[in-house]
Design a protein around this ligand. Structure first.
Ligand SMILES: C[S@@+](CC[C@H](N)C(=O)[O-])C[C@H]1O[C@@H](n2cnc3c(N)ncnc32)[C@H](O)[C@@H]1O
Length: 314
């Protein structure tokens, strides 16, 4: 079934996610990144007849579409337009106790395919790139940032070696005429990098970098992870699927720090720190999609899944 393409987003690593979460009836689950609602629907099916799900997305369109897709579950579902990094600020959600949680980061296929959002360099559209209505659109960031900031964004989030050349070209071009569309940005990047070096790959990296910066994706992840973990009951599982090496690194380090039992310097005869393990790591290496999945759904190629089980705080 498709609702304007929104249910066509194929949930990545779906069976792995459900096996790890082990949803059960009477459990309460959080999907912090609803998107098209595919994972959410599977969690609700697996936790029938009485499991409940709280779904969040910063994109009102995702909420609207998931509401339609998940309508058959009635009052087992509660949806909120919200950044998962603001869970603790929510009067209705701050006190929840969760039996499992999922983050499936990044953008959905539906967002990329929606021309007016400006996520894709394959169609000419206004340069917006915001997942939700708040924040600074990409065109404003491109008009405001200086060369150093642009270079840093493109190098760090896009891992693009020609970052400085591209940043210089952006600054030079915006003095002539403001950069308002994806088509114009694509042209500027294509002209800035050597022809011999697959300019379209640089374009893709610049678009990814801008999207991450515009939506403050890494900041949301760093601040959202502890807010979710604090709300997990003992034995609850938390699954995070990331698509960028910087995201995966944040998740890996955060999970590793949670799982460590003592952080005293080596050689101390007795433990003097209060650090106690708060989770068990369930995936010592990240899970990645099987070849059959990436063949069917190329978007899954860069996916990395990590999971933990919450332990009682000592
Ligand atoms: C990869 S899609 C999720 C797809 C979903 N699992 C499915 O099966 O359809 C990511 C979604 O997360 C949302 N998102 C990304 N970062 C977010 C954040 N910090 N808070 C809330 N939603 C976020 C995006 O708007 C997008 O709809």
């Amino acid at each position: 079934m498709s609702v304007d393409g929104w249910s066509e987003h194929e949930p990545v690593l779906l069976s792995e996610t459900i096996s790890l979460l082990e949803p059960r009836s009477n459990g309460l689950y959080l999907d912090g990144t609803l998107g098209g609602g595919g994972h959410a629907e599977a969690i609700l099916d697996a936790s029938s007849p009485a499991g409940r799900l709280i779904g969040l997305d910063r994109d009102p369109r995702a909420i609207e579409r998931s509401r339609i897709r998940l309508a058959r579950f009635g009052d087992r579902v509660e949806l909120h337009e919200r950044n998962f990094a603001t869970l603790a600020e929510s009067p209705e959600l701050a006190a929840v106790r969760l039996d499992g949680a999922l983050l499936d980061l990044g953008v959905s296929s539906a967002q990329i395919d929606e021309k007016a959002r400006g996520f894709s360099y394959q169609q000419d559209a206004p340069l917006d790139m915001r997942m939700g209505p708040r924040g600074e659109p990409a065109r404003d960031l491109l008009a405001r940032a200086d060369i150093d900031e642009l270079t840093e964004i493109i190098r760090r989030y896009g891992e693009e070696r020609h970052a400085r050349r591209i940043a210089l070209a952006i600054v030079r071009e915006r003095e002539r005429l403001s950069i308002e569309t994806t088509g114009r940005l694509r042209e500027i990047v294509e002209r800035a990098v050597p022809r011999s070096e697959h300019p379209l790959k640089s374009v893709a990296r610049v678009f990814q970098a801008l999207r991450i910066a515009v939506n403050e994706e890494l900041e949301s992840l760093s601040s959202g992870l502890p807010q979710i973990v604090e709300r997990l009951v003992e034995g609850a599982r938390f699954v995070v699927i990331s698509y960028h090496s910087l995201e995966d690194r944040i998740v890996k380090h955060y999970f590793r720090d949670l799982a460590i039992d003592c952080i005293c310097p080596p050689g101390l005869p007795v433990c003097r720190c209060d650090k106690r393990s708060e989770a068990v790591i369930l995936t010592h290496r990240p899970l990645t999609p099987a070849p059959a999945e990436t063949e069917r759904n190329p978007r899954a190629r860069s996916a990395r899944l990590r999971a933990i089980e919450r332990r009682a705080a000592a």
